[in-house]
Each structure stands twice: as C-alpha cells, then as structure tokens.
Design a protein around this ligand. Structure first.
Ligand SMILES: Cc1cc2nc3c(=O)[nH]c(=O)nc-3n(C[C@H](O)[C@H](O)[C@H](O)COP(=O)(O)OP(=O)(O)OC[C@H]3O[C@@H](n4cnc5c(N)ncnc54)[C@H](O)[C@@H]3O)c2cc1C
Length: 387
C-alpha cells in the first residue's frame, strides 16, 4: 500500500491530542489526528472532574504549573472563537481544624506566587474565583471541530500499530494496513503512550492507571451548590471534591485515587460509594439526602515516577511524546498544544504560519453529558465485541 503524506501525525484523540491538532491547524500546519477508538474522548478525557484549574495550588515553576497558567490566558482568547463551554463558578476550601487553617493559608500564599487570585476569608476559608467547570466532552469536541475547520484530518478507528524512521520522516502504520508518512509524529496516546513509544523501540517511561470514581446526584433546592467545594489537601492527595455540572442539573462528588494495573478496568468498585460519600458529605451534608443518579470512573494516565513527560523520543527522530498528563490535562491542554508546536518548529519539522482564528458558528453538539456518555459508550463497545 502506498503511503499518504501529512506534516504531523498526532496519535490519540483525547483532549491533549485534540489540542495539539488544533494548535497546528491554527498555524496552518497540515495534521492528521489518529484515534484508535470509534469516538474521540473515550480515554481519560471525558471521564474526569471537568474542572478547569487555575493552578492556584500547583508547585511554582514546574512545567505542569507553567502550562496550566499559560492555558488560562489562551482559554480566555479562545473562549468565544471555539464556543468553549465554561462556567466560572469559583471554588472554596474551608478548613475544619487548626492544622487545616495553616495548610489553607499556605495555599493562599502558593496562589499568590503563581499569580492566581485566591482570597482568604475571615473564617479561614480560601475562595478561588477563577476555578471553572466544563463538560469535558463538549470542550474536547470544540477543539476537534476547530482543528477540522483548520484542515486537520480527524480519523477514527485508526489505531497506530507501528512507527519507524524513514529517511528523516516518520512512517506511521495503522492496524488494517494504511501507512502515513509524516515529518513528525506526536504521541498523545494517554494510558497507552508507553505502548506507542515502545512501537518505536523507546522504553523511556511507563504509564499506569490511577483510578478515580465519582458519584452523580440530582441538584435540587435542598442541595443547591453554586461552586466547587475543594477539600484541604493532605499527604494522601487532593481528595474528594463536590461540584455542580455545567448544565446546573447535577452535583458530582469524587474522585477516589487508587493505583491500579488494568488499563481496561473502568468499573466503579464496590466500596466507592462509601469512600466518596463519606468525604463528600463532610463538606456538603445535604448530599446524604440527594437522589443519586449515576456513577462513573476514569483512569488517570499516570507516569511511573514521572509527570508531564513532554519530550523528544531518544530513539526515533521526529517523534515527540506528550505522556503522563495525569491530573490536569483538561486545564493545561491549550498550552500543551502551543508548547508542542514550539518543539516541532525548533526541530525544523514544521514552519508554523501566523495564527488565524478558527471560529465555530455553533458549539458542537454532544449526545449526552460526559458522565453518562463515556460509560454508556464503553458498555456499548463491550456489547458489540461480545455479540
Ligand atoms: C478521575 C480523573 C479526574 C480528573 N480531573 C481532572 C480535572 O478536573 N481537570 C483536569 O484538567 N484534568 C483532570 N483529569 C486529567 C485529565 O482527564 C487528563 O490529564 C487528560 O484527559 C489526559 O488526556 P490525554 O489526551 O493525554 O489522554 P486520553 O484522554 O486517555 O486520550 C488518549 C487517546 O489515545 C488513544 N490511543 C491510545 N493508543 C492509541 C493508538 N495506538 N493509536 C491511536 N490512538 C490511540 C486512546 O484511545 C485515547 O482516546 C482527571 C483525570 C481523571 C481520570
């Protein structure tokens, strides 16, 4: 089979791959987005909290923090252009004991160092007005539609099965036999980014699933939350939060954080209800009486001893990894896209043009809220495979 040509092959249609494809399209660089699944967003990207973090609590100076902060600026620019669905509802951290007051005051100082507004209130709580919620599936769909409007070729059921160097280009083979010659390839394969790297003989990092489970409740006049409630973080992690959905109809509590091995196990485990509800009702007691309407789980693409692995492959010239984007990819993706364009341009693989707006006439329609969609799509996929 003869090989098709593209400038950049973007491997993986999660929010990171979509943002990379959009950043390329915005600068007039021909790109092909290759997604193995029958739909975009079926990895971590539509099975998360859907919070657009400000970076108030991120470690100053780290790459992850810099990208979250930069993404906030880019989001403001692209909000109208891509019709991004965002509710800037703000977040609140309320300390419940003296030790937590100290931790919250430290977080306020951290926010100040990152240049993020964080207001310490008289009762010791920290209000972060810039924290926002989105529908992560709708957010991703807007990026993909923007990329397509700029000429990106978005292909579904296009699983990358081999990668090889070919006279300065990258030869990308797909399951089913098609071959693509690209000047560069960007590995945005989420949980499977280590497998995609290994296709090129690159074993530089390992990705494992860190499961996060959520419970979904009907929002009612008895339980009317208008902002994100964040727990005071501890050595055990960021903890369970409670937040209203973008459509204001539901409240979501979660996630758990469980180190797992199985990259295909998206189940909500038997004790998740107890784990999540216990933590969530300590912040919002009325949740104990709210009607529970669903649950879902996401798998964070966590790097073994690594986070935000955004680097050139040490083995295959022209291949860039964008891996281990574990907990903040939705928040940082716009800046990740910009950063990757910079790497590709520095390598001479692309000559980005002037940025041009890729305005959408209307937000792309999504079939259902993400928290329902991802688990239903997976169940349908299992049923098809079984039948
Ligand atoms: C429980 C939980 C809560 C979270 N909360 C937040 C939050 O509130 N805010 C936030 O900013 N972030 C949050 N995150 C993190 C965020 O979801 C991730 O950082 C982000 O989704 C990672 O996106 P990705 O594109 O790298 O990976 P994914 O979304 O997993 O996408 C990777 C894609 O690559 C495809 N793929 C894999 N192998 C191949 C192949 N060989 N060929 C072609 N395609 C392939 C997969 O099918 C998949 O679609 C959360 C994550 C979880 C799980």
């Amino acid at each position: 089979m003869s090989a098709a040509e593209t400038h950049v092959a973007v491997i993986g249609g999660g929010v990171v791959g979509c943002a990379v494809a959009h950043a390329l399209a915005r600068r007039g660089v021909p790109a092909t987005l290759l997604e193995a699944a029958p739909a975009l967003g079926l990895g971590a990207s539509a099975a998360n909290s859907g919070i657009l973090h400000t970076g108030f609590d991120s470690t100053p100076g780290e790459l992850e923090t810099r990208l979250i902060l930069r993404a906030g600026e880019l989001r403001a620019e692209l909000l109208g252009e891509l019709r991004l669905p965002v509710w800037r509802c703000g977040a609140l951290l309320r300390p419940r004991e003296d030790a937590q007051r100290v931790a919250v005051a430290e977080l306020a100082e951290n926010a100040r160092r990152n240049g993020v507004q964080g207001d310490l209130l008289a009762d010791g709580s920290l209000a972060v007005p810039g924290e926002s919620v989105t529908d992560p599936l709708a957010f991703l769909a807007a990026l993909a539609a923007g990329a397509a409007a700029g000429g990106a070729d978005v292909r579904l059921e296009a699983r990358v099965s081999a990668l090889a160097g070919d006279g300065g280009a990258v030869r990308v083979s797909l399951a089913g036999g098609a071959v693509l010659n690209a000047r560069a390839a960007v590995n945005c394969a989420g949980l499977h980014a280590d497998r995609v790297a290994a296709l090129a003989g690159d074993h530089g990092f390992e990705i494992y699933p860190r499961k996060g489970e959520f419970l979904v409740f009907r929002r009612s006049s008895d339980c009317l939350l208008e902002q994100v409630l964040l727990p005071v973080p501890s050595s055990l992690g960021k903890g369970v939060l409670v937040f209203p959905t973008l459509d204001r109809r539901f409240l979501v509590a979660g996630p758990t954080a469980r180190e797992r091995e199985d990259k295909d196990d998206w189940s909500v485990e038997a004790d998740a209800h107890e784990l999540v509800l216990g933590a969530a009702t300590s912040m919002l007691p009325a949740l104990a009486r709210a009607e529970r309407v669903g649950s879902y789980a996401g798998l964070r693409p966590a790097g073994r001893d690594a986070n935000y692995v955004i680097e050139r492959s040490a083995v295959l010239p022209g291949l860039i990894h964008v891996a281990a984007i574990r907990s903040t990819g939705l928040s940082a993706c716009l800046a990740i896209g910009e950063h990757v364009v910079g790497l590709l341009a520095a390598d001479g693989a692309i000559e980005p043009g002037e940025e041009r707006p890729l305005a959408l006439a209307a937000p792309p329609a999504v079939p259902r809220p993400w928290w329902r969609w991802a688990s239903e799509e997976r169940a349908a996929g299992r049923a098809r495979a079984g039948g």
